[in-house]
Design a protein around this ligand. Structure first.
Ligand code: BG6
Length: 488
């Protein structure tokens, strides 16, 4: 028999992405469904996908949690979460259809009987809702629970699909807390799932504006010729949040800003900004370019001079007085976890030699903003000596990831009137809100749909995760600096 793939619909080439991509019969099982992420992001995203007609009518959604809830109670819980956060209008008809496929399984991760019940539930969905044996398992749980959940999925047979069906696992960050733990995690998960069935979420890759970095760079002719060390002075990547850690003390303390944000979201933004043009936008080709650039990223020799860390103190968030990090509920008063981190990185390639990339992130900063600013060198000669031109800033292209999504170009323009050649900074703006009528889907809508479709380009591979830990691994960082950690 030949291995040539056969298309199910000869009129439709599956590589053609112009038609809406709708998931086939399937279900999603969420572990950690009562947690913050599920309530705020995952459940609303599932509803929004259903409302946009991108889920099959028979879609199944199963929550697995410790609480002693009935199915009805869980359905109410999902409805409340959806109503509070859905992006598209709440429609009774969409909701009622979705609710028919919602199930709840009560149990703990160490209880094999609970996984038996889960197995019966997905089989029941196959029978009654026609999900055809296709199930995705979303681990919205702390990383320490991954090994146990993976083992239980294997022991109960849930990780194995029958002929023609699929089983996939979705892993939320953090993928470990350093290189070694990331590798260990990978080993455990790969014992149970084939690498092609593992989807690691970095939700920044699901954001429209992040995908727009590729459109901006590679669909246009005007940026790429100047996107290099001949013209670029430096790049600033900022992810600032106005919120504190909220109720996430258990997760955040001991992790901190560098591991929570720089190791994943910001290094991915940096990779997309700095990488070479991929041969195509397939997962394989994108990963090839991203891993190349991630392996060329170098920490500065003098770490002390090129990094900064801090912790937020008591202050104001808008009109509310808020506590400092050490007074947050659940935080040890002597915690040294950083809530602000900044670092300079270099890229050892011909394109970027000598161009510093500054990455910074923090909680409880003045405002919420994520952006990538590519700042250009000054013009080699400015024939305006006698004017106010010295105050002129540098040209910049700023990719505004959020909240005011768009792109800004900054340049100098002549101030009208007057006889002197006075030049001042002005900006030219593209804003998603003004140019497109459709609002951008939430990152989780896109990513959940991609998992259900088995479409991997927007998920970091294990190589990317490992390389990112190599750059930021705190132990390696010191060792490279010729130092080692003091034993406490
Ligand atoms: C998460 C971090 O990955 O991203 C959180 O763990 C952070 O600490 C969140 O608040 C920010 O996401 P967004 O999409 O609001 O920028």
């Amino acid at each position: 028999m030949s291995n040539t793939p056969t298309w199910t619909n000869p009129l439709r080439d599956p590589r053609d992405l112009r038609l809406p991509r709708i998931a086939g019969p399937c279900s999603l099982v969420i572990f950690g469904v009562t947690g913050d992420l599920a309530q705020k992001k995952l459940l609303p995203a599932v509803y929004d996908l259903a409302n946009r007609g991108l889920l099959p009518p028979s879609f199944g959604l199963t929550g697995f949690a410790r609480r002693d809830w009935t199915n009805e109670h869980f359905i109410e819980f999902v409805k409340t979460a959806v109503k509070a956060r859905c992006r598209t209008p709440f429609k009774e008809s969409t909701w009622e259809n979705l609710a028919k496929g919602i199930r709840f399984v009560q149990g703990t991760f160490d209880d094999p009987a609970a996984f038996e019940r889960l197995s019966n539930t997905v089989q029941e969905l196959d029978r009654d809702r026609g999900t055809q044996g296709n199930h995705a398992f979303y681990m919205s749980v702390p990383p320490r629970a991954f090994p146990l959940v993976s083992k239980q999925l294997a022991a109960s047979g849930l990780s194995r699909s029958s002929e023609g069906a699929w089983r996939r696992v979705i892993i939320e960050k953090p993928f470990g807390h350093d290189l070694q733990s990331a590798k260990e995690l990978d080993r455990v998960v790969s014992e149970v799932f084939d690498p092609s069935s593992v989807f690691r979420i970095d939700h920044y890759l699901g954001k429209e504006t992040v995908q727009n970095i590729l459109a901006l760079r590679f669909a246009n002719e005007m940026y790429e010729p100047i996107w290099n060390s001949n013209y670029v002075d430096h790049v600033q990547i900022t992810m600032a949040e106005d919120i504190g850690i909220g109720g996430r003390a258990g997760y955040y303390d001991g992790i901190g800003a560098a591991r929570d944000i720089i190791q994943n979201h910001l290094l991915q933004l940096m990779a997309l900004t700095a990488m070479e043009e991929p041969v195509s936008f397939s997962a394989q080709d994108l990963t090839a370019e991203k891993t190349k650039v991630l392996s060329a990223i170098r920490l500065p020799k003098d770490l002390r001079a090129n990094t900064a860390r801090g912790q937020y103190a008591r202050g104001w968030q808008g009109s509310h007085e808020v506590v400092g990090y050490l007074d947050e509920k659940g935080i040890d008063k002597s915690s040294t976890t950083e809530t602000y981190a900044a670092i300079r990185l270099d890229v050892d390639t011909r394109r970027w030699a000598g161009v510093p990339f500054y990455l910074r992130t923090g909680k409880r900063l003045g405002k919420r903003v994520t952006e990538i600013a590519v700042v250009f060198k000054r013009a080699p000669h400015l024939p305006f000596e006698q004017t106010a031109v010295r105050e002129l800033g540098s040209n910049a292209v700023v990719i505004r990831v959020q909240p005011d999504e768009g792109v800004t170009m900054r340049f100098g323009a002549k101030v009208p009137g007057g006889s002197a050649m006075e030049v001042r900074d002005v900006s030219m703006d593209f804003s998603y809100g003004r140019s497109f009528t459709e609002s951008s889907p939430e990152a989780y809508e896109r990513l959940i749909l991609d998992v259900l479709l088995g479409d991997p380009p927007l998920f970091p591979t294990t190589e990317e995760v490992d390389l990112s830990w190599k750059i930021l691994d705190p132990d390696e960082m010191l060792a490279r600096d010729g130092r080692h950690w003091r034993m406490p």
